[in-house]
Design a protein. Structure first.
Length: 263
Protein backbone atom coordinates (compact mmCIF):
# COMPACT_ATOMS: atom_id res chain seq x y z
CA UNK A 1 0.00 0.00 0.00
CA UNK A 2 1.12 3.56 -0.67
CA UNK A 3 2.62 5.35 2.32
CA UNK A 4 0.33 7.73 4.14
CA UNK A 5 0.35 9.94 7.19
CA UNK A 6 -2.09 9.64 10.10
CA UNK A 7 -2.22 12.66 12.39
CA UNK A 8 -4.41 15.05 14.33
CA UNK A 9 -4.95 18.49 12.79
CA UNK A 10 -7.00 21.54 13.78
CA UNK A 11 -9.59 23.28 11.62
CA UNK A 12 -10.41 26.38 13.61
CA UNK A 13 -10.85 25.13 17.17
CA UNK A 14 -11.86 21.59 16.17
CA UNK A 15 -9.21 18.84 16.13
CA UNK A 16 -9.79 15.97 13.74
CA UNK A 17 -7.88 12.88 12.65
CA UNK A 18 -6.55 13.04 9.10
CA UNK A 19 -5.03 10.36 6.88
CA UNK A 20 -3.28 11.53 3.73
CA UNK A 21 -1.12 9.96 1.05
CA UNK A 22 -0.12 10.12 -2.60
CA UNK A 23 0.53 12.84 -5.14
CA UNK A 24 -1.51 14.56 -7.80
CA UNK A 25 -4.82 16.35 -7.82
CA UNK A 26 -6.46 16.40 -4.38
CA UNK A 27 -9.11 13.75 -3.72
CA UNK A 28 -11.09 14.37 -0.54
CA UNK A 29 -12.86 11.23 0.72
CA UNK A 30 -15.73 11.70 3.22
CA UNK A 31 -16.60 8.53 5.13
CA UNK A 32 -19.97 7.15 6.14
CA UNK A 33 -21.61 6.66 9.52
CA UNK A 34 -19.39 3.74 10.45
CA UNK A 35 -16.32 5.96 10.57
CA UNK A 36 -13.01 5.45 8.81
CA UNK A 37 -10.75 3.17 10.80
CA UNK A 38 -7.99 2.30 8.33
CA UNK A 39 -6.30 3.31 5.10
CA UNK A 40 -8.24 1.13 2.66
CA UNK A 41 -6.75 -0.76 -0.30
CA UNK A 42 -8.73 1.43 -2.71
CA UNK A 43 -7.18 4.51 -1.11
CA UNK A 44 -3.69 3.07 -1.62
CA UNK A 45 -4.51 2.47 -5.27
CA UNK A 46 -5.96 5.95 -5.77
CA UNK A 47 -2.92 7.46 -4.03
CA UNK A 48 -0.84 6.42 -7.06
CA UNK A 49 -2.68 9.08 -9.06
CA UNK A 50 -4.15 11.48 -6.49
CA UNK A 51 -3.33 13.26 -3.26
CA UNK A 52 -5.83 11.24 -1.21
CA UNK A 53 -7.12 13.12 1.85
CA UNK A 54 -9.28 11.21 4.35
CA UNK A 55 -10.52 13.18 7.38
CA UNK A 56 -12.44 11.68 10.27
CA UNK A 57 -15.51 13.88 10.68
CA UNK A 58 -15.99 15.99 13.80
CA UNK A 59 -17.92 13.84 16.25
CA UNK A 60 -16.46 10.56 14.97
CA UNK A 61 -13.64 8.31 16.13
CA UNK A 62 -10.61 10.20 17.44
CA UNK A 63 -11.90 13.59 16.29
CA UNK A 64 -13.37 16.21 18.63
CA UNK A 65 -17.11 16.51 19.13
CA UNK A 66 -17.64 20.29 18.95
CA UNK A 67 -20.59 22.04 20.57
CA UNK A 68 -21.63 23.49 17.21
CA UNK A 69 -22.24 20.08 15.59
CA UNK A 70 -26.00 19.68 15.22
CA UNK A 71 -26.68 18.55 11.65
CA UNK A 72 -25.21 17.56 8.27
CA UNK A 73 -25.17 21.18 7.10
CA UNK A 74 -22.71 21.91 9.92
CA UNK A 75 -20.34 19.28 8.52
CA UNK A 76 -20.74 20.61 4.96
CA UNK A 77 -19.77 24.08 6.18
CA UNK A 78 -16.91 22.63 8.22
CA UNK A 79 -15.43 21.03 5.11
CA UNK A 80 -15.73 24.29 3.22
CA UNK A 81 -13.54 25.74 6.00
CA UNK A 82 -11.23 22.73 5.63
CA UNK A 83 -10.80 23.35 1.89
CA UNK A 84 -10.15 27.03 2.53
CA UNK A 85 -7.66 26.47 5.34
CA UNK A 86 -5.61 24.04 3.23
CA UNK A 87 -6.17 26.15 0.10
CA UNK A 88 -7.22 23.05 -1.84
CA UNK A 89 -8.37 23.63 -5.43
CA UNK A 90 -9.46 21.36 -8.23
CA UNK A 91 -10.64 18.86 -5.63
CA UNK A 92 -12.25 15.55 -6.56
CA UNK A 93 -14.82 15.24 -3.75
CA UNK A 94 -15.90 11.69 -2.90
CA UNK A 95 -18.49 10.78 -0.27
CA UNK A 96 -19.87 7.44 0.89
CA UNK A 97 -23.33 7.06 2.47
CA UNK A 98 -23.57 9.78 5.14
CA UNK A 99 -20.37 11.22 3.66
CA UNK A 100 -22.13 11.36 0.30
CA UNK A 101 -24.88 13.41 1.91
CA UNK A 102 -22.25 15.79 3.33
CA UNK A 103 -20.58 16.00 -0.09
CA UNK A 104 -23.85 16.83 -1.84
CA UNK A 105 -24.67 19.52 0.73
CA UNK A 106 -21.18 20.99 0.30
CA UNK A 107 -21.42 21.03 -3.51
CA UNK A 108 -24.81 22.75 -3.37
CA UNK A 109 -23.32 25.50 -1.20
CA UNK A 110 -20.09 26.13 -3.10
CA UNK A 111 -18.25 24.24 -5.84
CA UNK A 112 -15.57 26.90 -6.33
CA UNK A 113 -12.77 24.62 -5.12
CA UNK A 114 -14.14 21.41 -6.65
CA UNK A 115 -13.32 19.64 -9.92
CA UNK A 116 -15.76 16.73 -9.60
CA UNK A 117 -18.21 15.02 -7.27
CA UNK A 118 -18.57 11.28 -6.63
CA UNK A 119 -21.39 9.93 -4.48
CA UNK A 120 -21.23 6.31 -3.25
CA UNK A 121 -24.50 4.84 -1.96
CA UNK A 122 -25.33 8.32 -0.73
CA UNK A 123 -27.91 9.28 1.85
CA UNK A 124 -29.44 12.76 1.75
CA UNK A 125 -32.66 12.28 -0.21
CA UNK A 126 -35.75 10.13 0.29
CA UNK A 127 -37.34 8.09 -2.48
CA UNK A 128 -40.93 7.11 -1.74
CA UNK A 129 -41.93 3.50 -2.19
CA UNK A 130 -38.39 2.07 -2.14
CA UNK A 131 -37.95 -0.62 0.50
CA UNK A 132 -34.90 -0.06 2.74
CA UNK A 133 -33.46 -1.60 5.87
CA UNK A 134 -33.28 0.71 8.87
CA UNK A 135 -29.92 0.11 10.54
CA UNK A 136 -31.04 1.93 13.69
CA UNK A 137 -33.60 -0.84 14.28
CA UNK A 138 -31.16 -3.73 13.66
CA UNK A 139 -28.85 -5.62 15.95
CA UNK A 140 -25.14 -4.84 15.53
CA UNK A 141 -24.59 -8.16 13.75
CA UNK A 142 -27.49 -7.64 11.36
CA UNK A 143 -26.43 -4.05 10.71
CA UNK A 144 -23.02 -5.19 9.51
CA UNK A 145 -24.43 -8.08 7.49
CA UNK A 146 -26.81 -5.69 5.72
CA UNK A 147 -23.86 -3.62 4.49
CA UNK A 148 -22.46 -6.39 2.30
CA UNK A 149 -23.53 -8.69 -0.52
CA UNK A 150 -20.61 -11.03 0.24
CA UNK A 151 -21.49 -12.57 3.60
CA UNK A 152 -18.01 -14.08 4.01
CA UNK A 153 -16.68 -10.53 3.97
CA UNK A 154 -19.41 -9.51 6.41
CA UNK A 155 -18.32 -12.33 8.72
CA UNK A 156 -14.70 -11.13 8.60
CA UNK A 157 -15.81 -7.58 9.42
CA UNK A 158 -17.91 -8.87 12.31
CA UNK A 159 -14.92 -10.71 13.78
CA UNK A 160 -12.61 -7.69 13.47
CA UNK A 161 -15.24 -5.32 14.92
CA UNK A 162 -15.40 -7.29 18.17
CA UNK A 163 -11.96 -6.11 19.32
CA UNK A 164 -12.40 -4.28 22.67
CA UNK A 165 -10.23 -1.33 21.63
CA UNK A 166 -12.74 -0.49 18.87
CA UNK A 167 -15.86 -0.49 21.02
CA UNK A 168 -15.68 3.10 22.25
CA UNK A 169 -15.18 4.54 18.76
CA UNK A 170 -17.99 2.39 17.35
CA UNK A 171 -20.39 3.59 20.05
CA UNK A 172 -19.34 7.21 19.50
CA UNK A 173 -19.89 6.87 15.75
CA UNK A 174 -23.27 5.26 16.27
CA UNK A 175 -24.46 8.00 18.62
CA UNK A 176 -23.36 10.93 16.44
CA UNK A 177 -24.83 9.28 13.32
CA UNK A 178 -28.15 9.00 15.15
CA UNK A 179 -27.96 12.65 16.21
CA UNK A 180 -27.29 13.77 12.65
CA UNK A 181 -29.75 11.55 10.78
CA UNK A 182 -32.44 10.20 13.12
CA UNK A 183 -35.32 12.49 12.14
CA UNK A 184 -36.09 12.78 9.33
CA UNK A 185 -34.31 9.51 8.73
CA UNK A 186 -31.07 9.90 6.75
CA UNK A 187 -32.20 12.75 4.52
CA UNK A 188 -32.85 16.47 4.31
CA UNK A 189 -36.27 17.21 2.78
CA UNK A 190 -34.84 20.45 1.36
CA UNK A 191 -31.76 18.99 -0.34
CA UNK A 192 -33.33 17.62 -3.51
CA UNK A 193 -34.76 21.00 -4.56
CA UNK A 194 -31.24 22.48 -4.61
CA UNK A 195 -29.32 19.65 -6.28
CA UNK A 196 -29.79 21.42 -9.62
CA UNK A 197 -27.13 23.86 -8.42
CA UNK A 198 -24.48 21.17 -8.83
CA UNK A 199 -22.91 21.79 -12.24
CA UNK A 200 -19.82 19.63 -11.65
CA UNK A 201 -19.00 16.40 -13.45
CA UNK A 202 -20.71 13.94 -11.12
CA UNK A 203 -20.30 10.19 -10.77
CA UNK A 204 -22.78 8.05 -8.84
CA UNK A 205 -21.45 4.63 -7.78
CA UNK A 206 -23.89 2.17 -6.21
CA UNK A 207 -23.92 -1.51 -5.33
CA UNK A 208 -26.59 -3.51 -7.12
CA UNK A 209 -27.52 -5.10 -3.78
CA UNK A 210 -27.41 -2.00 -1.58
CA UNK A 211 -30.08 -2.58 1.06
CA UNK A 212 -29.68 0.75 2.86
CA UNK A 213 -30.06 3.05 -0.15
CA UNK A 214 -31.02 0.78 -3.07
CA UNK A 215 -29.89 1.57 -6.60
CA UNK A 216 -33.17 3.43 -7.22
CA UNK A 217 -31.50 6.22 -5.24
CA UNK A 218 -28.67 6.41 -7.77
CA UNK A 219 -31.12 6.99 -10.60
CA UNK A 220 -33.08 9.64 -8.68
CA UNK A 221 -29.82 11.45 -7.90
CA UNK A 222 -28.99 11.14 -11.60
CA UNK A 223 -32.25 12.88 -12.52
CA UNK A 224 -31.64 15.66 -9.97
CA UNK A 225 -27.98 16.37 -10.88
CA UNK A 226 -27.84 17.35 -14.54
CA UNK A 227 -25.36 15.36 -16.61
CA UNK A 228 -24.40 12.98 -13.81
CA UNK A 229 -23.36 9.41 -14.59
CA UNK A 230 -24.61 6.38 -12.64
CA UNK A 231 -22.61 3.15 -12.36
CA UNK A 232 -24.05 0.10 -10.59
CA UNK A 233 -21.59 -2.60 -9.52
CA UNK A 234 -22.83 -6.20 -9.61
CA UNK A 235 -22.68 -8.46 -6.54
CA UNK A 236 -22.02 -5.48 -4.30
CA UNK A 237 -23.76 -4.00 -1.27
CA UNK A 238 -23.67 -0.58 0.36
CA UNK A 239 -19.89 -0.12 0.43
CA UNK A 240 -18.44 -0.48 -3.09
CA UNK A 241 -15.12 1.11 -2.04
CA UNK A 242 -14.66 -1.79 0.41
CA UNK A 243 -16.48 -4.73 -1.18
CA UNK A 244 -15.39 -3.96 -4.76
CA UNK A 245 -12.44 -1.67 -4.08
CA UNK A 246 -10.59 -2.24 -7.35
CA UNK A 247 -13.74 -1.83 -9.47
CA UNK A 248 -14.67 1.31 -7.55
CA UNK A 249 -11.20 2.84 -7.98
CA UNK A 250 -11.13 1.90 -11.67
CA UNK A 251 -14.49 3.59 -12.28
CA UNK A 252 -13.36 6.73 -10.49
CA UNK A 253 -10.03 6.82 -12.35
CA UNK A 254 -11.80 6.29 -15.68
CA UNK A 255 -14.26 9.08 -14.88
CA UNK A 256 -11.53 11.57 -14.00
CA UNK A 257 -9.48 10.56 -17.06
CA UNK A 258 -12.57 11.14 -19.21
CA UNK A 259 -12.92 14.63 -17.76
CA UNK A 260 -9.34 15.41 -18.79
CA UNK A 261 -9.94 14.18 -22.34
CA UNK A 262 -13.15 16.20 -22.62
CA UNK A 263 -11.34 19.30 -21.42
Amino acid sequence: MADHTDEMIAIGSCRIRLMRGGRGAPLLFLHGGGGIGIWLPCMARLAKKFDVIVPEHPGFGASDTPEWLDNIADLANFYLDFLEQYDLRGVHLVGSSLGGWIAAELAVRSATRLASLTLIGAAGIHVKGVEQVDTFLSSEEQRIRDLFYDQELAEAVLVSSQRPELEDAALKNRMITAKLSWQPRSHDPNLRKWLHRIKLPTLLIWGAHDRLFPQDYAFVYQQLITGSKAVVLAECGHLPHIEKGDEFAAELERFVDGMRIAA
